[in-house]
Design a protein around this ligand. Structure first.
Ligand code: HQG
Length: 179
């Protein structure tokens, strides 16, 4: 992705996941907003979002972070939200035996004490492969990859969801399921 596209992608993440109110827009509970409303609201505060650039960012996003509705009118982030206005009705899924969580070594003591918590986001984020988890962890510093006994958790009643970009989500991971 070009530098401009990366900047637009980060801006979309900011308003569609975290702070829609910062530009005066409201997302519905599934996270959607009309693209025309988004563009107009951004323009009001001097930020140019061109429709073709938005479409290109959505199409080329390495992690498929965003989706455009089938009618082409609305946009949303598919996961990663912290805003309390959004509560996506993800469909529960049976996870594979193991999923992976990438973190930084400096968080490990706290994680082994408290388990994994979602912090400001709605869910703890998990990856299907170690490589992706390593990349996620590297964002925070010296990376560490934790293996999660996902199927065992599911069998014990914990709910798992899979966002449309393949990221696995669950509310909390107690220490006994981490190794
Ligand atoms: C850590 C990116 C101390 C947790 C990625 C993580 C992902 C604890 C950090 C998505 C803890 C939260 C989410 C505990 C968890 N004590 N630290 N008890 N429990 N943590 O950014 O998972 O590029 O909110 O290990 O690809 O890093 O934005 O979550 O290090 O899918 O699309 O607290 O964001 O996607 O950090 O990343 P984050 P994350 P995008």
């Amino acid at each position: 992705m070009s530098k401009h596209y990366t900047e637009i992608s980060k801006y979309l993440s900011f308003v569609l996941r975290h702070q829609p109110g910062a530009i005066g827009i409201t997302l519905d509970t599934e996270g959607w907003v009309d693209i025309t409303v988004l563009i107009a609201a951004a323009a009001k505060i001097g930020k140019t979002l061109a429709i073709d650039v938005i479409r290109e960012v959505v199409a080329t996003s390495d992690k498929k972070r965003f989706a455009i509705s089938e009618d082409g009118l609305r946009i949303r982030a598919v996961q990663g939200h912290s805003t309390q206005h959004v509560d996506i009705n993800y469909i529960e899924q049976v996870p594979p035996d193991f999923l992976y969580h990438g973190t930084a070594t400096r968080f490990l003591d706290s994680i082994y004490e408290q388990g994994l918590i979602s912090g400001s986001r709605h869910y703890v984020h998990l990856s299907q492969d170690k490589q992706t988890a390593l990349a996620v962890g590297s964002r925070h510093g010296q990376p560490a990859v934790l293996t999660i006994k996902a199927l065992l958790m599911h069998e014990q009643g914990f709910k798992f969801f899979r966002a449309e970009n393949g990221v696995w989500l669950t509310s909390v991971i107690p220490v006994e399921f981490i190794f």
